[in-house]
Design a protein around this ligand. Structure first.
Ligand code: GLN
Length: 476
């Protein structure tokens, strides 16, 4: 029975009393226990999940109205607040900090009768591409345990990959859902900036952050999206646009018009087998009647620096609240220590190396004297990228890109090479810089045995088209 191949199939089994939600929680709790060494979960809420499961089983038995996600076992990246549960951003500085409210996305999941099974390991404050920056240890890729799962939502990707939950919520500031989805062979969706409320998502870079979804197929991702998207009084950046019922709008015979970036497929950092496979896939799409055309994108080499200047600037401001006074960890002090010492010691001990590096870099690019050279310049590049995006979508429905230049690398392989680690984001950060939706779908397998995905992007709020394109290539 478990794991079911889709939410629909599972819910049909629940309705015909072949399984119960309590069975589901028992199955997933046991699976998580068996795969503990992958380090995907920081905490499992067996008792809470069992209680919720029993409630939903009663509703089913009594034929009461059910929410869209009834019985669905969901995991949360450890940056999403779940009331009365710890949320730590995989950081020592928030160790054992308990959330006093639900993120809007979580509230919506619960309203639709989902069951939250636990919180997932990730890179500290969602900063990283390999999940090696967690204060609670690296996560292992279930397909090859010597390999990273990607990051920063590595635990969530592995949880879906290894069937330790049915779907997971992550966050994607520069690729943190799509990149681990690519490395783990699952679907990873980052919606349009403003599609899902960020209320209750611990901020990394507020003008980039977006909650994203991991699933085993496009329909499951679409179903979760239609539940958690939509207006919210607690987030002024979220759109009031109506939320389509995405999961019912996937089927189409439409022939799409795709663009791909010549510079992206010819990039010298791109694995040659990945490049060749995607080119073959493009030819296949053309043979099916879709239009796929190369376009020039001469700004490719600027997207990573622009992303890192702007996100570190925003992070330096967002993370200033973790000072040893308001939240979580406080360093032990000597009686002679003053307030400045409290800040310094707490932040030096509480934040890991990568987070400290980014706070320092962000503070630097915002400092007077350097502000115009770095921050303003990067904002100007961001504006140019937005203009280019408008031009592209005036002519095309979608953009095709690789998700990541390589397949999952070995744990430890890149930890000393920050530049190489940053370049892993070259194909994903564009969507966050301009705010468009993007999805990574697990289409391919490399001769080295690891999976890799194809990335699709669509215009702002065109998630229906995006998911239709994805479903055309990866039928559920
Ligand atoms: N790898 C990127 C970074 O390190 C993406 C992070 C994210 O999307 N949260 O910033």
């Amino acid at each position: 029975m478990f794991p079911f191949s889709s939410i629909k199939e599972y819910q049909e089994a629940l309705l015909s009393a072949k399984v119960t939600c309590v069975d589901a929680v028992a199955y997933y709790a046991a699976a998580i226990e068996r795969k503990q060494h992958l380090n995907a979960y920081l905490e499992v809420y067996v008792a809470d999940a069992m209680a919720q499961a029993a409630l939903i089983d009663t509703k089913i038995a009594q034929k009461q109205p059910l929410g869209k996600l009834f019985g669905v076992i969901v995991g949360l990246k450890d940056v999403i607040c779940y009331k009365n549960h710890v949320v730590s951003a995989a950081s020592k500085i928030l160790d054992r900090f308990t959330s006093i409210y639900n993120a809007t996305a979580v509230e919506k999941l619960l309203t639709e009768d989902a069951i939250i099974i636990g919180r997932h390991n990730c890179d500290e404050f969602a900063m990283g591409s390999s999940n090696e920056n967690s204060a609670f240890g690296a996560v292992k890729n279930a397909l090859d345990e010597t390999k990273v799962p990607g990051g920063s939502s590595g635990g969530s990707a592995v949880a879906v990959q290894a069937h330790l939950c049915m779907v997971a919520l992550g966050s994607d500031t520069g690729g943190s859902v799509r990149q681990p989805a690519d490395f783990c062979g699952v679907v990873g969706l980052k919606p349009t900036y403003g599609r899902i409320s960020r209320y209750g998502l611990i901020a990394y870079a507020s003008s980039f952050d977006q909650i994203g979804i991991f699933a085993n197929n496009v329909t499951d991702a679409a179903l979760v999206l239609e539940v958690i998207a939509g207006a919210d009084n607690f987030d002024s950046t979220v759109s009031t646009k109506e939320v389509p019922s995405y999961s019912t709008l996937l089927a189409t015979n439409k022939k799409f018009k795709f663009a791909y970036f010549k510079e992206a497929l010819d990039h010298n950092g791109l694995d040659t087998e990945i490049a060749a496979t995607i080119k073959k896939h493009i030819a296949h799409l053309q043979a099916q009647g879709h239009t796929v055309e190369p376009i020039n994108f001469d700004m490719l080499n600027y997207v990573v620096p622009t992303y890192y200047i702007l996100t570190t600037a925003e992070a330096s401001s967002n993370l200033s609240r973790f000072d040893g006074v308001k939240f979580g960890y406080r360093a032990p002090l000597k009686p002679s220590d003053d307030l400045t010492e409290l800040y310094k010691k707490t932040r030096s001990e509480g934040f890991g190396k990568e987070v400290q590096r980014r706070i320092l870099l962000g503070t630097f690019v915002l400092s007077s004297g350097y502000f115009d050279a770095y921050f303003t310049k990067a904002q100007q590049v961001r504006r140019l990228l937005c203009n280019t995006t408008t031009d592209i979508f005036a002519q095309y429905d979608g953009i095709i890109l690789p998700t990541v230049p390589t397949t999952a690398f070995t744990i430890g392989e890149k930890s000393d090479n920050q530049i190489e680690m940053f370049l892993a984001d070259i194909y994903t950060v564009f969507a966050n810089l301009v705010g468009i939706p993007a999805i990574s779908i697990p289409l391919f397998k490399h001769s080295n045995g690891m999976p890799f995905g194809l990335q699709l992007m669509a215009n702002h709020f065109e998630e229906v088209a995006l998911q239709q394109m994805a479903a055309t290539m990866l039928p559920s």
